[in-house]
Design a protein around this ligand. Structure first.
Ligand code: IPE
Ligand code: IPE
Ligand code: MG
Length: 254
């Protein structure tokens, strides 16, 4: 754990899947904006970085909750293309933290049948050692199929759309051949289904450049909890809320 002893060691949850969850309508893809780490730390008089460290248990607990539910795809927003605007110290911490988290957790995730992937730009600002750890974690887990955990890292929804358009142009695809299917096929992971459910913690009700293309018809849920306090029971609550929604995709209710 990348945390000090100034607060109790964060613990995983032992909550059970609620009996009223409908097992026949579990979202295939849940995407999370892990927000509120800085505020969690400030509330305790700690530096912001301690909040990121305390978010590790929340991340692993969310993965365990997703596995319990049978969610097949879980996407976690870990670092946005806009997060480079933060103070250099925090950015440096986040780079190192993401690298060491993978190092600490990749074997247990592998044993649980989790395939780890990354979505985002591999640009010069991401240190080489971080890229190496990402590649090794992806390679180690590439044959797992129980759950695909996509870490959105140096990820921006607009950047992803720009990159897709660039790829189309580089392939010489004519304007008459460009449609929604063509763009979707050139996103970072064309095999990834669109999220059914997006969960953003911390009370902020915005998307902050997350999966802009993919969330066109996602259900959005905003649990009032800071990310380091998020546990599988919050995921179960969000899925129950999802199951109360009616998805219409622009049509009429059935
Ligand atoms: C989310 O927590 C983690 C990242 C953006 C990397 P924040 O760091 O945004 O925490 P708040 O929103 O300032 O509380
Ligand atoms: C979104 O949170 C990015 C991540 C959780 C990685 P931010 O905290 O960066 O978003 P804003 O700045 O509040 O919109
Ligand atoms: Mg934030």
């Amino acid at each position: 754990m990348a945390t000090s002893s100034s607060y109790p060691e964060p613990q995983p949850s032992t909550a059970q899947v609620p009996s009223d969850i409908d097992r026949s309508s579990i979202p295939a893809h849940v995407a999370c904006v892990m927000d509120g780490n800085g505020r969690w730390a400030s509330q305790r008089g700690l530096p912001r970085t301690e909040g990121h460290g305390a978010g590790e248990v929340a991340l692993v607990d969310a993965v365990d909750g997703a596995l319990e539910l049978g969610v097949k795809w879980l996407t976690m927003y870990a670092f946005s293309t806009e997060n480079w605007r933060r103070p250099a110290d925090e950015v440096r911490y986040l780079m190192g933290f993401n690298q060491s988290l993978l190092q600490r957790r990749r074997d247990e995730l592998n044993e649980k049948g989790v395939r780890i992937r990354f979505a985002g730009r591999r640009d010069w600002r991401v240190p080489r050692r971080v890229l190496r750890q990402m590649d090794e974690s992806a390679e180690l887990t590439k044959n797992n199929r129980k759950l695909t955990l996509t870490m959105a890292f140096n990820y921006g929804g607009r950047a992803e759309i720009v990159d897709a358009v660039k790829a189309l142009i580089e392939e010489g695809v004519g304007a008459n051949k460009i449609d929604e299917k063509a763009i979707a096929k050139h996103l970072y992971w064309p095999d990834m289904p669109d999220p059914d459910l997006v969960v953003r913690t911390s009370g902020e009700h915005r998307i902050s450049n997350f999966l802009l293309w993919e969330i066109a018809y996602s259900e959005l849920v905003f649990p009032d909890v800071l990310w380091p306090d998020f546990r599988r029971e919050h995921l179960y609550e969000a899925v129950l809320e999802y199951q109360r929604r009616e998805r219409r995709y622009g049509g009429l209710e059935s």
